[in-house]
Design a protein around this ligand. Structure first.
Ligand SMILES: Nc1ncnc2c1ncn2[C@@H]1O[C@H](COP(=O)(O)OP(=O)(O)OP(=O)(O)O)[C@@H](O)[C@H]1O
Ligand SMILES: [Mg+2]
Length: 474
């Protein structure tokens, strides 16, 4: 499953928008209800003050205390010099007791509960500032029912709540719609691009009819091209693998076929050289020696080809055993001694008693190839082989005083059929397989190979072989 980033657009977009809508809707409805309530309470208080004024007026003029009808006024009381001179319960309100009254403080307005019901209590001084001392105060006190106010507020609250919910739902709806039409397709595209890395058949399906659809179509077009190229490359790869196999088989068959007559040529030449087939003149002897030498050279070329084709086809395995390093070095040196003698180059070795777990034949082959190169590419000077135990491996170094290798070729010369200067090929001979075989053999042992060189001064090839046995890698 493709995972979206933790803070994907979905959350960055929908969550703030939804939260904003909810907070806005709640704030608006709270403020509306609050203001509505305050407005109604003020209206009620104004009405009360009006009634209070009329009450005082009528009372002092002694025209009776009959008030204009108002259903909200339930109780009133007229107090003179701190003594109640008149009180009344109107509009069918239940009777009330003195104890329920709070003592007058000043011109005041407050919400109180009388008989378990909410009232707005108004205390109005008949002379301004006289309600300081309850025992001498002149005032009227009115109780106006808040029931209608509360009912109206409740109704308003209900209506506003319905609108708030509609508003919130509309906000969330808009957020989802925006998400579907913009962010949804972007998410589809993102997921498609991610999955495309794993499965080249994946395409983005976006049908928005806008720029996002164009973007998805462009992506799909690119994906088609990549998929076609990938399939073509795969086909080419299969063909190439087949061709490579055929080449390896051909090399193996040809190598074996060449070896048989070569063996005969060398054998008969050797017989003639030894005089077994009859006496040979000094010139004939020289020719026969040349034939034997060329056969040896040809055989080593064929051996290289056979080893290479075996490595290529993956048939090659290593058979490690405990071997004495100095013994292998000595045998390899013996192998190249003829060439060394011919070229007049001394080969030294600093051997010690190190033992290593390795495939004897292959390790010897590595040393022979490196020594042959060292001798081949050195005109004068000497070749030195040294071995050193370090940590859990043995370090081999084959040093020559030859033509050297430029730095940009340090990696490349390990590739098969690669030679420094193809125009030199004829001068030095060889087909450029030696080092590629060496590298593979060293790596099969779990070792590494590298070199240091100075053009015109000489080259040192280093390689390591672990002391412990490793499992087969090829
Ligand atoms: N000691 C060396 N000094 C200078 N150049 C070297 C040395 N060893 C290898 N080379 C360069 O690296 C190239 C590749 O070496 P490699 O052993 O793979 O092939 P080759 O010697 O040319 O042919 P082959 O080993 O197959 O007979 C050589 O052609 C040569 O140019
Ligand atoms: Mg070589």
């Amino acid at each position: 499953m493709i995972r979206l980033p933790k803070w994907s657009l979905r959350y960055k977009f929908i969550v703030p928008l939804a939260l904003f809508t909810i907070v806005l809707a709640l704030a608006i409805s709270y403020i509306s209800v609050e203001r509505f309530y305050i407005e109604l309470e003020n209206q009620l208080a104004d009405r009360g003050k009006d009634l209070g004024k009329q009450l005082v007026d009528r009372f002092w003029r002694n025209v009776g205390v009959l008030l204009p009808p108002d259903t909200k006024l339930h109780y009133y009381q007229v107090v003179q010099e701190g003594t109640q001179i008149y009180s009344s319960v109107v509009n069918n309100a239940p009777p009330w007791t003195e104890e329920t009254l709070s003592p007058p403080v000043d011109d005041s307005r407050q919400l109180v509960q009388l008989n378990g019901k909410p009232y707005l209590e108004l205390i109005l001084a008949t002379d301004p500032g006289l309600v300081k001392d309850p025992t001498t105060a002149n005032y009227v006190r009115l109780y106006l029912s808040m029931a209608d106010v509360y009912t109206a507020v409740q109704r308003a609250f209900l209506t506003i709540s319905i609108f708030t919910i509609i508003f919130i739902l509309a906000g969330i709806g808009i957020a989802i719609w925006l998400y579907r039409s913009i962010l949804g397709p972007i998410e589809v595209l993102t997921k498609s691009v991610k999955r495309f890395k794993i499965d080249l058949k994946v395409r983005a399906v976006v049908k928005t009819g806008d720029e996002l659809q164009t973007l998805a179509e462009e992506f799909n077009g690119m994906a088609n091209t990549i998929q076609e190229r990938d399939e073509r490359l795969e086909r080419i790869n299969v063909d190439l693998t087949k061709a490579n196999q055929v080449k390896s088989e051909f090399l193996a068959v040809m190598g074996h076929e060449l070896k048989t007559p070569l063996h005969a040529i060398r054998g008969y030449s050797q017989l003639m050289l030894e005089g077994i087939e009859g006496p040979v003149t000094p010139t004939q002897k020289e020719d026969l020696e040349n034939i034997v030498q060329s056969s040896d050279h040809l055989r080593s070329l064929i051996d290289n080809i056979l080893q290479f084709s075996k490595l290529e086809s993956g048939q090659e395995m290593i058979h490690p055993e405990s071997v004495e390093v100095s013994k292998i070095v000595e045998e390899a040196m013996k192998h190249v001694s003829v060439l060394a003698r011919e070229k007049g180059i001394a080969v030294h070795a600093s051997a010690n008693g190190i033992r290593v777990y390795a495939d004897e034949t292959k390790l010897k082959q590595v040393l022979i190839n490196l020594l042959s190169n060292a001798l081949k590419y050195t005109k004068t000077g000497e070749v030195e082989v040294s071995t050193k135990k370090r940590r859990d491996e043995v370090l081999f170094a084959i040093k020559d005083t030859g033509i050297g290798i430029p730095e940009e070729m340090y990696e490349k010369i390990f590739e098969p059929f690669t030679q420094l200067d193809s125009s030199n090929t004829r001068e030095w001979g060889g087909i450029g397989l030696g080092l590629s075989i060496v590298k593979k053999y060293v790596e099969m042992h779990g070792g590494k190979i590298w070199l240091e060189s100075q053009v015109g001064k000489g080259t040192t090839f280093y390689f390591t072989i672990p002391l412990e046995a490793i499992t087969n890698r090829w």
